[in-house]
Design a protein around this ligand. Structure first.
Ligand code: G
Ligand code: G
Ligand code: MN
Ligand code: NA
Length: 248
């Protein structure tokens, strides 16, 4: 209840900010894109992690407004990077189910791009499998419209959720992010390695690019690169950092 109440004023009180975790091209280790991750800190509750407040915001419906703030801030930041010598960096934004099926979602997306001047390929959205099982027909329509705008869609946390593999043919998703639970064990477990190899092959056969999440060791990075994974994300490369550090 405390969190719920505090969340209602968080945007107006300017208590949110975004941090960005680099996603690099596996072979060159060059920065390819960044994932935007929300952070919240309040005078009364201190720092509250998204693992705690996002589910509460989803339950109360506040996630629509919060997600809107995230999209606006991420497009503004994407534009700001593109204006600098570092050149454009694609920003990948987590989008919750309620936000995606909100009737204003596409309108807002267009508006934020237009207002910020960010190009569509400077933005991507990440959806979890959970999103795909709710209101599937609406979701297919929205994903197609997002694609038509030139914005890519990733499937986040792949393998942890409600994996009916039929999702992969019904939705047009450009990128598959292998959950860190699978990435974590590949050096020590033959079975984990076999599973990751199979996920990569499946993604590729559907024309998807693969991001390995939660890469923490050089050995993992080497194995994933060898397996044909296109992108790496995780503490080995960098923790989520403030925008100014991405610039550097
Ligand atoms: O950054 P961290 O590992 O603490 O994130 C925890 C969880 O919160 C992750 O599952 C992440 O996807 C989710 N999360 C972080 N930022 C956002 C956001 O802006 N919107 C949504 N819907 N989820 C987010
Ligand atoms: O669910 P989602 O993939 O959006 O969650 C992203 C979160 O995962 C980030 O907020 C970050 O805190 C966490 N994360 C990113 N890289 C690593 C990693 O290498 N190890 C662990 N344990 N967590 C990570
Ligand atoms: Mn994510
Ligand atoms: Na993930």
């Amino acid at each position: 209840l405390l969190i719920d109440e505090a969340l209602q004023h968080a945007i107006a009180r300017n208590e949110f900010h975004l941090v960005y975790q680099p996603i690099v091209e596996a072979r060159s280790r060059k920065l390819s894109k960044v994932e935007a991750l929300i952070r919240w800190s309040t005078p009364s509750l201190g720092f509250v992690g998204p693992d705690r407040f996002i589910p509460i915001a989803e339950e109360s419906g506040l996630i629509v407004e919060i997600g809107c703030w995230v999209l606006q801030e991420a497009t503004r930041q994407a534009r700001s990077w593109a204006d600098e010598a570092a050149g454009p960096i694609c920003v990948s934004v987590n989008v919750s189910a309620a936000q995606l099926v909100d009737p204003d979602f596409l309108l807002l997306l267009r508006e934020f791009l237009a207002r910020s001047g960010a190009a569509p390929d400077e933005l991507e959205i990440e959806l979890t499998e959970r999103v795909l099982i709710d209101e599937a027909d609406t979701v297919i329509r929205v994903i197609d419209a997002v694609n038509a705008m030139g914005i890519g869609v990733s499937l986040d946390d792949f393998g942890t959720g409600y994996s009916s593999l039929s999702y992969l043919t019904r939705f047009h998703l450009q990128t598959l992010k292998i959950d860190r639970a699978f990435v974590n064990g590949i050096e020590h477990s033959e079975r984990n390695l076999a599973l990751v190899r199979a996920i990569i092959a499946m993604g590729h056969s559907l024309g998807m690019k693969i991001v390995a999440e939660g890469v923490e060791t050089e050995e993992q990075a080497r194995m994933l690169t060898e397996l044909g994974c296109e992108y790496l994300q995780g503490y080995l490369i960098s923790r989520p950092v403030p925008a100014a550090e991405i610039r550097r």
